[in-house]
Design a protein around this ligand. Sequence first.
Ligand SMILES: Cc1cc2nc3c(=O)[nH]c(=O)nc-3n(C[C@H](O)[C@H](O)[C@H](O)COP(=O)(O)OP(=O)(O)OC[C@H]3O[C@@H](n4cnc5c(N)ncnc54)[C@H](O)[C@@H]3O)c2cc1C
Length: 388
Amino acid sequence: MGAVIELDDRLGAARAHARDWARDLRSTALELDRDPDTVYRCLDNPAVRHLSTMLIPAPWLPDRTLIGGYRFDGMTAMERVVFAEEIAAGDAGMMLASPGASLSGVLVDLLADKEQKEWFYGRLLAAPTWTFFALTEPDHGSDAAAMGTRLDPDGEGGLLLRGAKRYIGNGARAQVGVVFARDRPGPLGATAVLVETGAPGFKAEPIPTIGLRGAQLSAITLDGVPVPEGRVLGRHLSPTRRGVWSGVQMFNRLRPGVAAIALGIARSAHDYVTEQRGSLSKADRLRWERTGRRIDGVRQLIWQAAAIVDAQPANGHLASAAKARAARLAEEVTLEALEYFGPGARLTQPMLDKLIRDARGVEFMEGTGNIQRLNTFQGLVQGKLDSD
Ligand SMILES: Cc1cc2nc3c(=O)[nH]c(=O)nc-3n(C[C@H](O)[C@H](O)[C@H](O)COP(=O)(O)OP(=O)(O)OC[C@H]3O[C@@H](n4cnc5c(N)ncnc54)[C@H](O)[C@@H]3O)c2cc1C
């Protein structure tokens, strides 16, 4: 690992504000878990309001409300990890349930031309707008490159989407989103397109889930959805740069943020025990303090991963290590927290029960632990990752 990272004044201010905002989210966390539609009643929450315009860059939102006197767009991985940990420590479910550019925003920033950005950001600025990002398919999750959804010419100058996507966050409540589809054979033959959920042939239905229920994972059916040529992302780039290249860059940029969500869940469980359990025996206190130091250690790893991704977006190997470590940490800390409340704690402590389920959900987001470990080892073998 590199030198210890400390936050500058701007990120420190963002962190303090986000921590403050996140307190309110705890009071609605269980309600959102029971009923994902709770988000519609929380649109005035400052965290939700901020998320709804996060990832909209300065040219499209020049007069953004400042945080502690600073602009905070969330355009860098470092900004996102600082913010995501705090909001997820309040409620990871609400973080994923909120309107805003979210995952699609990173891809739009990377691939969209000026006209597409105007359209996409314009939608987000006009009203609270939910977006989705559809890559995973019923039979293709970890092996996303084998996707079967197709983007074919409609014979009249436009394109048609056909296929199915699954486990898509906010799929059923979104107005716009990005769909990845195959438009030519071979490993590079993937393209991302902007889609409106009101388009003919588009159908999205929530899937029953156990963890991170706020995200309202959905199954999407694309039955000949018309896509105008102007909605093909990266149309001004070469086919190689708009396909797999963009996917890799995008996931590298997002991965530290997902790790930070896991970290926030772990911290939430840690705070919960500290606040609710009262006095602990010396042995328990020392054990819990040790867990706190593990959380601090993983935070450093995530910050380092974010700094690397911001400097070299093609290098996501440390980000993979951070995501795998943080997801495991979240599962271990949430389960360990139960031990402080005795038998039956999963029933008597519904918040901990929710955190355990949420931690399990993060394991699958943006690549499972196995996939992250494969990517980490590739980095080691290729000499792009320091074995220390
Ligand atoms: C909360 C949540 C939000 C999500 N949001 C989105 C979203 O917005 N958009 C989207 O497109 N997708 C989303 N997903 C889907 C997510 O990306 C997939 O669940 C993930 O990629 C894994 O795919 P899968 O579920 O099909 O599992 P599989 O790929 O079937 O994996 C099953 C198991 O096999 C293991 N495995 C698979 N391949 C290998 C291998 N080569 N080597 C070793 N082990 C392997 C995995 O580690 C896992 O343990 C979301 C998922 C969750 C839980």
